[in-house]
Design a protein around this ligand. Structure first.
Ligand code: PMP
Ligand code: GLN
Length: 400
């Protein structure tokens, strides 16, 4: 190993992201995909589709490369994508968004989230209320901003927060209420009561609502309702999404956010020094995708609903107790009926035992609450039906 200069110090922000052993720990998703690759197991761990998305979208990217759209796009994003995002918000949700001042294109939803949190948080006195279990990047970004995470638990199996607990968590220290709906890893879609409470508390404590809606078109039991459409919400909401899930292009990393112009300006000041811009030929391709007919969007939800049902019934037949997700890529199942109280241990051994990879819910929770989620496992349903079929029949071997 090369010796670092004597003056080198790890920053506090970087230190917060290190594993316990002082090494850079891979994300749980990277770890699980590596395990799937090394064992040849079926990967129901990391949430990415195993089929390509719409041909028109892929073709639009190829055409953009051939047409020489290979240099830096504008920092805010290609005008045609900004327009397409604005049209999309109007078409699906009736929201008016000015494409020139109220939208930014980002390097995936991940950059939108990180830039927003870095722009809004001002160190140790600031708190971010987050629903637990939560997506791994949230704690990392709040950690980079040096702020404090305040988790509100989503109890198994319905995964709706207790409104009193939510009310206690939000205080005048709360700068951001971070809402992921449909929710990863639980598949929950928040009830109207919860959405109303979030907006009411944001007003009472002068907080900003930041939404992560990357599964907006995978709301499976009814239309997706963005928080920004709730009365009084739009003026204090940053709405984040991305093309990865909708168009099965997770590797393209084209995301975006919409917000009132002043908030967009605040976030843009950070974003322009994170990546400046990204994905030149993919931006027009995602614009093409956002303009696909309604049948495309209804079709991906229908397909995901069928996969959810297939996975859910297969897991139940294999002996798990299964929660019923209303959206997202994921299904959570309890392994306790199979005699497995420790899902982390189960997931470490599953590839060898039956050739399936899944993720323990403990990977999405803080240490204080991990007991409550100890026997729960997240399975990704965004795979071909024959893969889901094979996976659940392998999992049934656990019961023999
Ligand atoms: N938020 C959630 C809830 C996710 O599940 C993911 C990724 N799968 C992301 C954000 C990251 O999205 P992107 O790949 O667009 O950065
Ligand atoms: N969002 C995907 C998941 O939850 C993983 C994305 C990633 O690997 N960072 O599985």
């Amino acid at each position: 190993m090369t010796q670092l200069p004597g003056s080198w110090r790890r920053t506090a922000a970087a230190a917060r992201l290190l594993g316990a052993d002082g090494e850079v720990a891979p994300t749980i998703f990277a770890e699980m995909s590596a395990l799937a690759a090394s064992t040849g197991a079926l990967n129901l761990g990391q949430g990415f589709p195993d089929e390509d998305g719409p041909a028109e979208v892929l073709e639009a990217a190829r055409a953009a490369i051939s047409d020489g759209r290979n240099q830096y796009p504008p920092g805010r994003g290609e005008p045609e994508l900004l327009e397409a995002i604005s049209e999309h918000q109007k078409r699906f949700y009736g929201i008016d968004v000015d494409p020139s001042t109220e939208v930014i294109v980002t390097a995936g939803a991940t950059e939108a989230l990180t830039a927003t949190l870095l722009a809004l948080l001002d160190g140790p006195g600031d708190e971010v209320v987050v629903f637990e279990p939560f997506y791994d990047a949230y704690a990392a970004a709040v950690g980079l901003a040096g702020a404090r995470l305040v988790p509100v638990r989503l109890p198994w199996p319905g995964f709706q927060p207790d409104l009193d607990a939510l009310e206690r968590a939000v205080t005048d220290r709360t700068r951001v209420i971070l809402v992921n709906d449909p929710h990863n890893p639980t598949g929950a879609v928040f009830s109207l009561d919860v959405r109303e409470k979030i907006v009411e508390l944001a007003h009472r404590h002068d907080a900003i609502v930041v939404t992560d809606e990357v599964y907006e078109h995978l709301s499976l039991d009814g239309p997706h309702v963005p928080i920004a459409t709730m009365p009084g919400a739009a003026e204090r909401t940053v709405s984040i999404s991305s093309g990865g899930k909708t168009f099965r292009t997770t590797g393209w990393k084209i995301g975006w956010l919409t917000a009132p112009a002043d908030l967009v300006t605040a976030v843009l000041t950070v974003k322009q020094y994170l990546t400046y811009s990204n994905g030149a030929p993919f931006q027009p391709a995602i614009a093409r995708g956002l303009r696909l007919p309604d049948t495309f969007f209804a079709g991906i939800a229908d397909e995901m609903r069928a996969k959810r049902d297939l996975l859910g019934s297969g897991l139940a037949a294999a002996g798990f107790t299964v929660s019923r997700p209303s959206g997202s890529y994921f299904t959570v199942a309890d392994a306790a009926p199979l005699g497995a109280d420790d899902a982390a241990e189960l997931c470490r051994t599953l590839p060898e035992r039956v050739g399936v990879v899944a993720v323990p819910l403990s990977a999405f929770v803080t240490a204080e609450h991990s007991d409550e989620y100890r026997s729960l496992v997240r399975f990704a349903a965004c795979k071909r039906p024959e893969i889901l079929d094979e996976a659940v029949s392998r999992l049934a071997e656990l019961n023999r």
